[in-house]
Design a binder for this molecule. Sequence first.
Ligand code: ADP
Length: 377
Amino acid sequence: MSAIDREAVLAALRRIRPPDAEQDIVTAGLVTGLVVKDSNVGFAIEVAPEEGEAFEPVRKAAEAAVRELAGVTSVTAVLTAERAGPPEGAAPSRPTSPSQEAAAQAPRQRPLAEGVGAIVAVASGKGGVGKSTTAVNLAMGLARLGLRTGLLDADIYGPSLPRMAGLSGRPPAAPDGQKLAPLVAHDVKVMSMGFLVDEDAPMIWRGPMVQSAIQQMLGDVAWGELDVMVVDLPPGTGDAQLTMAQRVPLAGAVIVSTPQDIALLDVKKAVNMFRKVDVPILGIVENMSYFCCPNCGHRTDIFAYGGARTTAAAMEVDFLAEVPLDPVIRELSDSGRPVVVADPDTAQAQAYMELARNVVDRLEGAERKPAPRIVYA
Ligand code: ADP
């Protein structure tokens, strides 16, 4: 039983009237898909596609009005252009989370990143497991295989790809004057919020802001024709990640983990998250798999080596590569020269090349998806 009364939510929304409209948004039948779960509220506001941008202040006002209600901790309102159910007042609540529900109802209306062949997410159940390091080495490995590659830093809470790719400065305007041109490192086109804000500046993002930032980095950047785009997702499996997994037309996901049991629990959550939204799991990478002493070459399994392989088998997903814990990997990627390009003959670089080849194999094996489409909410 929810502590928040649906009627109270609707009453708050009845205070919202779009400019020039005669009726409030509830009376006009524009509010659909209202979900109240615990202290979270989600709903959609129906708009004509061409009115999307003009309705953004209405969406914000609606969110703010509901957020003021006692007991509400989060509100997610999305704009949708297709009727996703009966107007509120009649629709029964459903047992999904608000943002899931709202996102599921958003129509696929505006194609973004049209020339991109396949978008591959690099994800992890938690932070600090080497997801971004894997993403940058994977992207550069794919470029070394001859693929036209992009790298989108969607880890907007801690955008580290500019530093890892050795890029700084602001992206210039593209020749069309409308979009930004990505920066390029080792044949990979890169876009990151880190180019636009200071790496040290604290960034506080609410769910809808996360999505619009990602959508802008996809849609307002002149990516050109790409065979593959690697997207470094924020760590974790919360609503923001779930929504992103739904909104970005992913060809597949690579999940990065360290071998400890505790990290592997998070892998299971990540696998389940992608399965829930029908994104194929390309496989799991075990990072910091073992340690090779740089002096004597002796190998030590610091964590329970092979944990990710076992978890992959148990969850019936492929195991893509194991990457050693190696100071060289850290030094090179933290100084902007990922090992896969800085020292391509080493075993460490070879591990990432194996990952890149395995990803290509699985993308080729998978049925080719139509040109990516993404939604403006
Ligand atoms: P995440 O994106 O999961 O938060 P990062 O990729 O930012 O993790 O990695 C966290 C830190 O660990 C970075 O300093 C990175 O250089 C280091 N690191 C990642 N993978 C390895 C590895 N295989 N060996 C040594 N250091 C690593």
